[in-house]
Design a binder for this molecule. Structure first.
Ligand SMILES: Cc1ncc(COP(=O)(O)O)c(C=O)c1O
Length: 325
């Protein structure tokens, strides 16, 4: 275990933003949710000071280091038109002097908005495809063309949700252990699985006893739990750890009850959560990911899942440019 933690800390990483991010206490949101509400904290990864922040910055720090080690001069990745991950990849390429090609499924917004607008600002090229299914093949084509031109492309899979990306995120748990806070639960948005795998891994290695609840923005729970377990097995192998010692065999909690009618489509609960957090705390959530995760937290508070003397931490994974779409 100690060796695996050491390996986690030693994996090469490019510091894209200073850490730690703040952990804010949400006293007004707590008051608004009534006398039985537990103590509420928020880990402010939305404030990571690189490329407009968010969870993808943590994952990109280890993934970009691997790209650099391989001598890459080009990053290729994919996502939806408003992908936060694509935007952070665009910013990473800009600072590392690498060309960036993004494969986005959907139509080019006219005019460019939110993350799509930031991608252009960071200097990335964007190729649009009609469906999610075309993304991987298109990335391979772009990479093959680049190799033919003697370039060194590096494909970053969707969401940087690879074992290495999860390791990048897991390091963030050190910021929790070095804080005075010991939450009974951590609630966050989950979609491609790397953040949740990182939290499970980090909590196991840093000895944080808490329940980790991923609220899906998208896929059914059964699909995501399998993906997260696979990421944990991959991370265990990179770190030379037993999968069980990093939580790969423990139950993985993904709640898919807050997706509503689909990815990015607001629900009454997510719209309420977004407005309530803004009007009590002056904090902006995003409609695609964090507002749905906060709706999951609020529903649990209202149904009395936690005692009022317990602490619950909401990990704000960013995505705020998505509000301006
Ligand atoms: C703002 C935001 N929150 C949460 C997530 C989910 O993270 P992950 O893809 O690592 O599950 C994403 C990305 O998909 C995101 O952009």
């Amino acid at each position: 275990m100690a060796t695996a933690l050491r390996s986690l800390q030693l994996i090469p990483s490019i510091p894209l933003a200073p850490h730690p991010t703040p952990i804010d206490e949400l006293t007004r949101l707590r008051a608004a949710l009534g006398p039985e509400c537990p103590r509420l904290l928020m880990k402010r990864d939305d404030l990571l000071s690189f490329g407009q922040g968010g969870n993808k910055v943590r994952k990109m720090q280890t993934v970009a280091a691997a790209a650099q080690q391989e001598g890459a001069d080009m990053l290729i990745t994919c996502g939806g038109v408003q992908s936060n991950h694509a935007r952070v990849t665009a910013a990473t390429g800009a600072v590392l002097g690498m060309q960036v090609v993004l494969v986005a499924n959907g139509a080019r917004p006219q005019p460019l908005t939110g993350n799509a607008r930031l991608n252009a600002l960071f200097g990335a090229e964007v190729g649009y495809v009609a469906s999610r299914e075309e993304r991987n093949q298109t990335m391979e084509l772009v990479a093959a063309e680049a190799r033919a031109e003697k370039k060194h492309p590096f494909i970053v899979p969707l969401g940087a949700s690879t074992p290495l990306g999860a390791i990048g995120f897991a390091r963030g748990v050190e910021e929790l252990v070095t804080s005075p806070h010991r939450p009974a639960a951590i609630v966050h948005s989950t979609s491609s699985g790397g953040t949740q795998a990182g939290l499970i891994l980090g909590c196991a290695l840093y000895g944080v006893k808490t329940s980790i609840i991923g609220v899906s923005a998208d896929d059914p729970s059964a699909v995501l739990t399998t993906t997260i377990a696979e990421l944990l097995f991959g991370a265990a192998s990179l770190l030379g750890a037993q999968p069980a010692s990093i939580g790969a065999h423990s139950p993985i909690v993904v709640d898919d009850a807050f997706v509503g009618s689909g990815y990015g489509v607001p629900t009454p609960a997510s719209t309420e959560a977004l407005a309530l957090v803004a009007r009590t705390e002056g904090i902006v959530l995003d409609p695609v990911y964090t507002a749905k995760a906060m709706a999951g937290l609020i529903a649990r508070v209202r149904s009395g899942v936690w005692r009022r003397d317990e602490t619950v931490l909401f990990w704000h994974t960013g995505g705020v440019p998505g509000y301006f779409v």
